[in-house]
Design a protein around this ligand. Sequence first.
Ligand SMILES: Nc1nc2c(c(=O)[nH]1)N[C@H]1C(S)=C(S)[C@@H](COP(=O)(O)O)O[C@H]1N2
Ligand SMILES: [Mo]
Length: 227
Amino acid sequence: MRSTSDGRLFGRAGFIGVVGAGIATLFAGRPVQRVVDAAASPLSGLTNGIAPAGGWRIYTIAPTMPTFERASWKLEVDGLVRQPYALDYEQLRALPRVEQVSTFHCVTGWTVKNVHWAGVRVQDIVRRAQPLPDASALRFVSAEIPYEDSLSIQQAMLPDVLLAYEMDGEPLPRPHGAPLRLVIPDMYGYKNVKWVRRIELTRSVEPGYWELNGYDTNAWVGRSNGL
Ligand SMILES: Nc1nc2c(c(=O)[nH]1)N[C@H]1C(S)=C(S)[C@@H](COP(=O)(O)O)O[C@H]1N2
Ligand SMILES: [Mo]
């Protein structure tokens, strides 16, 4: 088993590692149980989720979900950076891959335990762009207009903050944000932007879609205004 690139283990989110031989064994013992606790939402938009298997609710804000076309898809990284760039899907998949198991919490009260994500660390994506000194936040823009959300650079650099392209061993399904979604396990679901197509480095954190509707920008699970 190859060790993780930085040997790091971290708390609630489980472990993260560069994929090598033996990963399947390591995950073999993980619990598969998932818990659903659907609570009434104070904001009607959040209650409209479709309920698929596994405890997830699928949330959208637009009438149709974005489609993923492998040949033309791009992730753009721009804004206050020395080196703006774009990645196509093959280039994205060629970046160092990390896996982690973490619990997903929607602010309305449902939780999905032990979600197995694979993707790239946001910190790797950011470093490659060489942020300018006045960049202090990242804006994650969805192809589902006008959904977006922002993180401070410090939040985005946490090692378990990923752009995930696989969920539970499969390419990220369209309802969950194909081909790429943000995963920040320590924050509520609304920060976990689906269908991410652009990351803009900005001067300050800008309120995201649900934050404009009253939820906290610093959406720490258990330490923000959700429940
Ligand atoms: N583009 C987009 N991303 C989004 C949302 C959305 O409506 N549109 N909803 C957010 C909320 S409130 C939650 S709880 C999660 C739900 O993830 P799921 O739809 O994969 O279950 O997605 C988040 N990311
Ligand atoms: Mo949510």
